[in-house]
Design a binder for this molecule. Structure first.
Ligand SMILES: C[S@@+](CC[C@H](N)C(=O)[O-])C[C@H]1O[C@@H](n2cnc3c(N)ncnc32)[C@H](O)[C@@H]1O
Length: 240
């Protein structure tokens, strides 16, 4: 079971710390204070995860069992790599038999068993490169992609929603039958058209918000479970 975050100082650092007023802007100081006092940040450090985001995936999995039995996983927007760490573990991936492909336009430190592509997922070459990297049909596509913030909330929102949509169409193109798709989205942001497409292709589609996703954040996750498989085209159509 995913334990609730530690509330004390098992990392050797106390919660409730303040950052001294100095050269930092007030907004940066507030961010830093929240970060160092965040129990999930402390727990990630303690358990060897590269990011607190690890707990979002673990909490979602605890409730919806999407990792169990996964043999190949594609991780979109993977840096710094905590979801890839989990993916490599559950698939038993190794450098000799790679079962996880990760993509991010940011540099990501190597991880055993993970083929990392430093590339924009929206690059036309990305889908083929990911499939080549994962070495077989994936049964799980996970996306924590968030567009870099511009400061204009509506623009940021639309860009992240676009990433979610492109990821969903990619998942439908590549997933094995019975596979799952998980992607970051925003509250109220998922387009009706995208939901309809997912409902046609998956047995269950739902929005989830794990406890480790900050309550004040509009972040949510879109989870589509049980891919129905790509429909075979009738022979005459396929030949045309
Ligand atoms: C919240 S972080 C992911 C954290 C990650 N799940 C983890 O566990 O460490 C979102 C990532 O999405 C990446 N990203 C955003 N847009 C992208 C794109 N178009 N192509 C590739 N990566 C993208 C960002 O660079 C960022 O590293």
């Amino acid at each position: 079971m995913t334990k609730p975050p530690i509330g004390g100082n098992r990392t050797g650092r106390k919660l409730g710390q303040k950052v001294k007023k100095g050269k930092l802007k007030a907004s940066s100081r507030r961010w830093l204070e929240r970060h160092i006092n965040d129990p999930y940040v402390q727990r990630a450090k303690l358990e060897g995860y590269r990011a607190r985001a690890a707990f979002k995936l673990l909490e979602i999995d605890e409730k919806h069992q999407i990792l169990k039995g996964a043999r190949r996983i594609i991780d979109l927007g993977a840096a710094p790599g905590s979801w890839s760490q989990i993916a490599a573990k559950v698939t038993n991936s190794s450098d000799e038999d790679v079962r996880v492909a990760a993509i991010d336009f940011l540099e990501m430190a190597p991880l055993p068993g993970v083929k990392i592509l430093q590339l924009d997922f929206l690059d036309p070459e990305a889908p083929a490169r990911l499939m080549e990297a994962v070495g077989g049909t994936p049964d799980l596509v996970i996306s924590d992609m968030a567009a870099p913030t511009t400061g204009h909330q509506k623009t940021d929102h639309l860009r992240t929603m676009h990433l979610c949509e492109v990821a969903a169409y990619f998942a439908v193109e590549v997933l094995a039958e019975g596979g799952h798709f998980l992607a970051k989205t925003f509250q109220g942001g998922t387009e009706r058209e995208l939901l309809t497409m997912l409902k046609q292709n998956f047995r269950q589609v739902l929005h989830v918000k794990p406890a480790s996703s900050r309550a004040e954040s509009v972040e949510m996750f879109l989870l589509a479970k049980g891919f129905k498989g790509r429909k075979q085209m009738p022979e005459t159509e396929a030949e045309a």
